[in-house]
Design a protein around this ligand. Structure first.
Ligand code: GLC
Ligand code: CA
Length: 562
């Protein structure tokens, strides 16, 4: 079916390229905060479809849609009621198909989010499990255990959940179920054959509809060793078992699951791709990224790094090496729906405790926004020059900052409640995008947005930036266009190492240089293709990246930089 759709649309060239993902620019859309077509304050699929030309003009190769499935939104849609449907509040399956077709016609591929570690508590399986007795087949799809104490009134262990609070929830008959995230997200039992088979059906369901790839949520947690005796939380946190493994994370058996998924991906032409969200140590990443597994894995190392040349250099070297080891290409990420936006992180001193900073309303220390945006642009331009794929998060191209002062009553992230108000959570990077400089939700929709937007969004609106060549949006468009022109094979050569400078060359004479220091450094020779901030004659100012190419190549390029 996928080929038929592609052919009907005249996009055979999309179908033909097996390696499209290796150096793709993938733009993450958080659908409920992107564009709202019907004024109910919630972004929707027709809203995304209405902005396909925006995505095309931006120059991205693919979009990754965060979950758009039916959900009570206990965790922003990562609590899925039904994996093979669209949340009726944000669209229909037909609208999904239209969106895929429209994106494909614009030359943009589609990656969808798959959430296999847990369903929502409204999923039909979980409802069946609750209705069925202890020890039943229906309960075996999840992780139920008898409670401790005579009546099972104590949880099986003292484990804590990611969003705070206990990881076990009682169901009233002495059984408890495991939820490593919110109580509305019961963990699935991946040792259960039905669970395995059903996910293969889900993967085929979306692949048949023309979806090009999958982003796999908490990919490192599906396989668990729950043999008795279960360890205590202290033993879990102490770093695992004597053989170096952990009971719940990154177990080798998880790759048996992904080998089955890979077989399904390879039934398609081109093979469907996948990228693992696996928070594992760098050296464990190639297992997820291998060709008989998911094929690619997120590398969050730059996202977690300080603004520091030596750190960037080391991370880049290590990840290119790891990518080579797995046969995959590396991934580069600075922002997503789970972390403080990078323009804000770089506005704060290295080492700032972001949780404490958010809890204080984002005022101590006071962010230096000018520096933050300058560094964010420099970091992005550096990453866009690297071999591998770049994952961008909606709004970073508008230079959006974290909205750190959302009123407590507006917060939606389960972290806020589950931590008893000691962690603000992730809403500040999920505030709906500003499209116009005025209007009830800055053009996001006709009504107020589901998370309040600050007045400063007016200046960041697409409308305010589109025609301004100095804007961050114009900068992203140029960077993506130049990358498309310059990107070749996946090799990189370092220039001589200098303190505070990251400088490397790519095939064809393209070079990228970043100044992490606080004094200007001389610009290397060559013609400046693009810079992340203003240049100072023949000097590269602090917090700035420039791309250069040999003078002689001038005649070959399209005139897209001015
Ligand atoms: C992933 C998602 C995050 C979600 C969690 C549980 O980390 O990115 O948003 O809360 O998984 O599904
Ligand atoms: Ca809507």
């Amino acid at each position: 079916m996928a080929e038929a759709v592609a052919e009907a649309l005249g996009v055979e060239e999309l179908a033909a390229d097996d390696a499209w993902w290796r150096q793709a620019v993938v733009y993450q859309i958080y659908p409920r905060s992107f564009a709202d077509s019907n004024g109910d304050g919630i972004g929707d699929l027709p809203g995304v479809a209405s902005q396909v030309s925006y995505l095309r003009d931006l120059g991205v190769d693919a979009v990754w849609l965060s979950p758009f499935y039916p959900s009570a939104l206990a965790d922003g849609g990562y609590d899925v009621d039904d994996y093979r449907a669209v949340d009726p509040r944000i669209g229909t399956l037909e609208e999904f198909d239209d969106l895929v077709a429209t994106l494909h016609r614009a030359g943009i591929r589609v990656v969808v989010d798959i959430v296999p570690n847990h369903t929502s508590n409204r999923h039909v399986w979980f409802r069946e499990a609750l209705a069925a007795p202890s020890g039943s087949a229906a309960r075996d799809r999840y992780i139920f255990r008898r409670g401790r104490g005579p009546q099972g009134e104590e949880p099986p262990t003292d484990w804590t959940a990611s969003f705070g609070g206990p990881a076990w929830e009682p169901v009233g008959d002495g059984d408890w179920y495991l939820h490593l995230f919110a109580p509305e997200q019961p963990d699935l039992n991946w040792a259960n054959q039905q669970v395995r088979t059903d996910f293969l059906t889900t993967l085929r369901f979306w692949a048949d509809r023309g979806v090009d790839g999958f982003r796999v949520d908490v990919a490192h947690m599906l396989a668990k060793d729950l043999s008795e005796p279960l360890p205590s939380q202290a033993e879990l946190t102490a770093g695992g078992l004597p053989d170096g493994t952990h009971r719940l994370h990154d177990r080798d058996e998880v790759h048996e699951i992904y080998r089955e998924w890979r077989a399904v991906f390879n039934e398609y032409h081109p093979p469907r791709t996948a990228v693992a969200e696996a928070w594992v140590p760098a050296h464990r990443r190639p297992r997820y990224a291998s060709a008989d597994g998911l094929g690619q894995a997120f590398n969050f190392d730059l996202l977690q790094a300080d603004w520091d040349a030596a750190a960037f250099r080391r991370i880049i070297e290590e990840n290119l090496e790891l990518a080579r080891a797995s046969g995959a290409s590396s991934t580069w990420v600075f922002s997503n729906h789970d972390v403080v936006r990078h323009a804000t992180r770089y506005a704060l001193p290295n080492g700032t405790d972001l949780r404490a900073w958010l809890l204080g309303g984002g005022v101590d220390p006071q962010p230096d926004k000018e520096q933050g945006l300058l560094r964010a642009r420099a970091a992005t331009l550096l990453a866009l020059a690297l071999p591998g794929s770049a994952y961008l998060y909606q709004g970073e191209e508008l230079g959006l900052f974290e909205v750190a002062d959302l009123p407590a009553e507006a917060l939606q992230d389960p972290t806020w409640i589950r931590s008893n108000g000691t962690e603000r959570g992730r809403d500040g990077c999920r505030v709906p995008l500003p499209w116009t400089a005025s209007g009830p939700s800055f053009g996001f929709g006709e009504g107020a947005a589901h998370l309040p937007q600050p007045p400063e969004f007016a200046g960041h609106a697409v409308e305010a930036q589109a025609a301004d060549p100095a804007s961050t949006l114009a900068f992203y468009r140029r960077a993506l266009a130049e990358r498309r022109r310059l990107q070749t094979d996946e090799s990189l050569e370092w220039d001589a190492e200098r303190p505070d400078v990251v400088h490397f060359h790519r095939p064809g004479g393209w070079a990228c240089v970043t100044n992490f220091g606080d004094t200007p450094v001389p610009l290397p020779s060559g013609r400046v293709v693009l810079a992340s901030g203003p240049l100072d004659g023949v000097q590269l100012p602090p917090d700035t990246t420039a791309w250069l190419e040999p003078e002689g190549l001038l005649q070959e390029r399209d005139d897209i930089t001015d």
